[in-house]
Write a protein that binds this ligand. Structure first.
Ligand SMILES: Cc1cc2nc3c(=O)[nH]c(=O)nc-3n(C[C@H](O)[C@H](O)[C@H](O)COP(=O)(O)OP(=O)(O)OC[C@H]3O[C@@H](n4cnc5c(N)ncnc54)[C@H](O)[C@@H]3O)c2cc1C
Ligand code: FES
Length: 338
């Protein structure tokens, strides 16, 4: 078979596709700035047109494509492999160019700990290195599962080759079933990363706002740890909002409390949408985006925003910030957890 190569008519770039990579992974591994977000078939940011050649579709029903897209012959670069030389038309932009090139390595489970009744931390050690930016994610290949799953890092890049994830158990979820029920210490998985563009902008002079909804905890913890390590909180504040369903889902504080500046430079605001009526919850209640709007002391357009969690939460925040408060798009960085 002729070598799979990908030529993007949009910018004239050419790259080779190796080791069963998808088109997006091949392009990013080659340092190209192809548009993407979730790497998981959910968002549609990696849509492309196939102009020449043949591709194999890995997940035919991926929700990132609409029926209209399918009728128009569009494909998802994160769910397609080239079967030989192909020419495509895909959106590109410099901000998608990876700062750290993603790479595949083997990793081994070295420990776990429960954070709440349904969120558990999983710590892996990889063979080569743990190079990633605060807020990024990795693709995990779990034993017995055909498709990779995306999980955000909660730690920061390190020389101990450790990759930490905080994962919520999903009812009937195949990947989380393997993680929570099957994987034992010492077991091997495939790890490919880092990916993601919602990483810490160390060059921004603004106060920082992190908003985590449910399983969106990990990347916000990583960003906060990264901000402390980079010395960013010497002259600014970081507001950390955690949106939980019920009081027993609230978490994150013990990880922030040990960081320099907690309570002064780092302000933690837990918000519960279903506080119950026994009067035990004394904190903020409602939707986390409403609390963000009323709790921040300055104009929203003066902050750098990071958020992660379920799509309805990220959608509400985008509307609040972009439509309601005209926060410039360049100050908003998020991952939707599909
Ligand atoms: C960028 C990003 C970061 C994330 N970070 C976290 C995190 O830090 N913590 C956390 O708890 N969750 C995170 N998630 C969600 C996580 O990736 C899983 O969707 C979730 O754990 C449920 O997985 P599951 O296998 O248990 O459920 P399942 O229902 O078995 O699978 C759900 C997901 O798997 C993928 N999938 C399903 N079928 C296929 C298929 N045929 N081919 C290819 N892919 C398929 C899709 O992405 C789908 O959303 C993140 C998601 C994204 C996109
Ligand atoms: S990056 Fe391909 S659908 Fe999200």
């Amino acid at each position: 078979m002729t070598k799979p190569t990908i030529r993007n008519e949009k910018d004239g770039s050419v790259c080779e596709q190796k080791d069963g990579d998808t088109i997006i992974r091949a392009a990013l591994r080659a340092g190209l700035g192809f548009s993407y977000e979730c790497n998981s078939g959910g968002c549609g940011a990696c849509k492309f047109e196939l102009l020449e050649g043949e591709v194999e579709t890995l997940w035919v029903d991926a929700p990132g494509l609409t029926e209209r897209d399918r009728k128009r012959g569009r494909h998802l670069a994160c769910q397609c492999r080239a079967l030989g030389p192909v020419t495509i038309k895909a959106a590109t932009a410099p901000e998608y160019k990876p700062k750290v090139l993603p790479k595949r390595q083997r990793a081994y489970l070295i420990g776990t700990r429960d954070i709440t009744h349904d969120i558990r931390e999983f710590r892996f050690r990889s063979e080569d290195d743990a190079e990633f930016l605060p807020g990024q994610f990795a693709m995990l290949d779990l034993p017995g599962l055909g498709a990779s799953r995306a999980y955000s890092l909660s730690n920061t890049g390190n020389e101990k080759r450790e990759w930490h994830f905080q994962i919520r158990r999903v009812l009937h979820g195949q990947g989380t079933h393997i993680l929570f029920e099957k994987l034992a210490e010492g077991d091997e998985i495939g790890l490919d990363g880092p990916y993601g563009v919602a990483y810490l902008r160390t060059e921004s002079p603004r106060d920082i706002v992190c908003v985590a909804g449910g399983s969106g905890l990990a990347p916000m913890i990583s960003l906060t740890r990264g901000a402390v390590e980079a010395g960013l909180l010497a002259d600014r504040k970081l507001y950390f909002f955690y949106g939980a369903r019920t009081p027993r889902d609230v978490c994150g504080e013990e990880m922030l409390r040990v960081l320099a500046g907690f309570g002064d430079r780092i302000v933690y605001v837990p918000v519960v949408s279903l506080p119950g009526d026994n009067g035990d919850w004394h904190g903020e209640s409602g939707f986390v985006h409403d609390v963000v709007a009323r709790a921040l002391p300055a104009e929203l357009a003066s902050y750098e925003f990071y958020f992660a969690g379920p799509p309805p939460m990220t959608q509400a925040l985008q509307e609040l910030l972009m439509v309601g408060h005209k926060v410039p798009f360049e100050q908003i960085h998020f991952d939707r957890f599909f």
